[in-house]
Design a protein around this ligand. Sequence first.
Ligand SMILES: [Zn+2]
Length: 200
Amino acid sequence: MPDSRRIVVPPQSGRSIRVSRGDLILIIDPKGQQVSDLWAFTTEPTLDWLSTSQTRDITERLFPGLGDSFFSAAAKPMLTLVENASPGPHDMLYPACDSALYERAGFPNHPNCRDNLMQALAKEGISLPFTPDPVDLFQNSLPEPDGRLVVSASINPPGGYVTLRAEQDLLLVVTACSVDYYPTNGGICTEIHVEITSTS
Ligand SMILES: [Zn+2]
C-alpha cells in the first residue's frame, strides 16, 4: 500500500526530510509565487550532495527538464523530475539567499535560506564547511539574451508543484525562501508543502 506523509515548511524556514529510494516527493507551493530551495545529501558511505553544476554539465541544460535527473558532486543521480505541474522556470544558477545578500539590501539579521539549511542539517547532526548551491524551484530568473541575470517575480500559480523521484536514500532540505520584498516571491513569503509517497 502506498504510504503518504505531508510536511509543512512555514514561511521563511526550512525542514530536513529523509526519503528512501523510489519515494515520490511532491513540492507544492499552495499560495503561489513562493520559491523553494531544495538540497539533497547522502551521508553514507561518504558525504555527497546535489550539485547544480554537475547537473548542468551532465544534462547539458541550464534548467531542469522533465525526465532529467539531478546529479551529485560525485556524478551520481539523486533525484529525477518526473512531473512538472508548474510553468516554472526552476533556477539552477543562483546560490541560496544568505545574510550577506540581505545586508546588501539594507536588512541586517534577516531570515535566509542558507541559515535555514544549516539549522535543518544541525538537527541531523551534520555540519557543513560550505554551502552547496540549491535548486531554486519556482524561481523566475531566466538569463537575459545579453547574459545579465535578473530575478523577476515567480509566476508559479497557487497549487503549482513538481514531483521528484528519489534515486537513492537521501536527506533532503527544503526551504520556503525568505525574500519578503518584491519581486522574488511576489513580495510576500508563504509556506511550502512537501508530500512524500512511499511505494515500497
Ligand atoms: Zn532564499
